[in-house]
Design a protein around this ligand. Structure first.
Ligand code: GLU
Length: 402
């Protein structure tokens, strides 16, 4: 007699039942799967620099392995790294209360830093304003913290950026904080100093927490992008999130950090001590070299940003071939955000699916960023792929009568 075992269904807990897999991650996974089947897919999905980590940083990582950096470190990160981050950041901060190592917590990428900050600051009954479109994971991180993410759709006439007035209109007495990100993922828009100042002034007046994700700050093409630390007069409600992934081409090393008031940093450190402990020791040493070897780092960053800028120019030129195609002029990061909705082709989700399945180009549907008519194309990929990708996007858009 044979016994058949029926698998019992898994019912996810309420903690995660609402979660969908990150669309930015899912698109690249799908592109990889199609490539494994032999399809020549051009992956312009995830935002990941195609450059190798600069050699001087790789060497530091290798040296760290050989010199025994293979054990646990302090949960918040090795002291020299936290001190180096504090020193680097103090160059932007003019207040008397200089940033100290105790206000820096190093985590497994700025993604974990963002989550830890949300989890430490927000909870049941709180509302958090998210300029929209924004990076897909902000909404889920706020929801995982049991707070309510409130989308604030940006101004279509101004790079889809949210203004202080828009944020004010969307706020309620339950508003506890806002998420800022300039240069912005997914649009590439950069907030001017005046725009940021107005938002910071409103936040200060309302006693909101400002979480400023500055991971793309160094990748700005038409002048420097401001940090909130350049513009704020106080930082007792400020959390700056940064990391080495994008500017130093170190995505896989997973090193990000927060700069936050001591009590917040202590809470995030305690939380991290129960979840992941320290970020990888080897990666911390490599990140330390990236930060302290300023000359080599500046040379590498200048080179990579020049390449991104050349691609930005090429992408914009190729996109302008379709006069009806509405896109945000990208001033930073490495994304083109375009409204591809047409009557014949449908919304951004249908468009992205058609572009991948029929034309072998992977991009991210704008639904992931709460703007379903749009799509995001990452130009952190070899130039020839980027150009072919935009050309196919434009052709598909025009084939739908756009
Ligand atoms: N942040 C990048 C993106 O938006 C990398 C993938 C992810 O972590 O979302 O594509």
């Amino acid at each position: 007699m044979t016994e058949t075992t029926t698998l019992r269904a898994f019912a996810p807990s309420a903690n995660v039942a609402f979660l969908k897999e990150s669309a930015t991650i899912a698109v690249s996974a799908r592109a990889r799967a199609l490539k494994a089947q032999g399809r020549k897919v051009i992956d312009l999905g995830a935002g990941e620099p195609d450059f190798d980590t600069p050699e001087f940083i790789r060497r530091a990582g290798q040296k760290a392995i050989d010199s025994g950096a293979t054990k646990y470190t302090a949960t918040e990160g090795i002291l020299p790294l936290r001190e180096a981050i504090a020193a680097q950041t103090n160059a932007r901060w003019s207040g008397d209360d200089k940033i100290v190592a105790q206000e820096v917590v190093v985590s497994n990428g700025s993604k974990q830093s963002l989550f830890n900050a949300c989890f430490a600051l927000f909870g049941e009954g709180d509302e958090v304003l998210i300029p929209t479109p924004s990076w897909t994971s902000y909404y889920e991180m706020v929801a995982l913290s049991k707070a309510k993410p409130v989308s604030v759709i940006g101004d279509p006439a101004n790079g889809l950026k949210a203004t202080a007035a828009f944020l004010d209109a969307a706020s309620t007495p339950r508003t506890k904080g806002i998420m800022l990100n300039s240069p912005c993922n997914p649009t590439g828009a950069v907030y001017s100093t005046d725009e940021l100042r107005e938002i910071l002034a409103l936040a200060e007046e309302r006693d909101w927490w400002v979480l400023s994700d500055e991971i793309y700050r160094r990748i700005s093409f038409d002048g420097p992008a401001a940090s909130v630390l350049d513009l704020s007069t106080r930082r007792d409600r400020l959390v700056v999130i940064d990391g080495v992934a994008k500017a130093y081409a170190m995505t896989g090393w997973r090193i990000g950090w927060t700069i936050a008031p001591r009590a917040v940093s202590a809470a995030m450190g305690a939380f991290q001590s129960h979840t992941t402990s320290n970020a990888a020791a080897v990666s911390q040493h490599a990140a330390l070299e990236a930060i302290v070897n300023v000359d080599a780092a500046e040379k590498a960053i200048t080179h990579m940003v020049a390449q991104f800028k050349a691609r930005r120019d090429a992408v914009v030129k190729a996109a302008r071939v379709a006069p009806g195609l509405n896109f945000v002029y990208p001033e930073g990061a490495f994304y083109l955000y375009a409204n591809v909705a047409t009557e014949r082709g449908g919304d951004g989700t249908a468009f992205a699916a058609a572009l991948l399945e029929k034309h072998d180009v992977a991009i991210v549907p704008g639904a992931a960023f709460f703007t379903p008519d749009w799509v995001r194309l990452s130009y952190a990929a070899p130039s020839e792929h980027v150009i072919t990708g935009v050309e196919r996007l434009v052709e598909l858009y025009q084939s739908y009568g756009g």
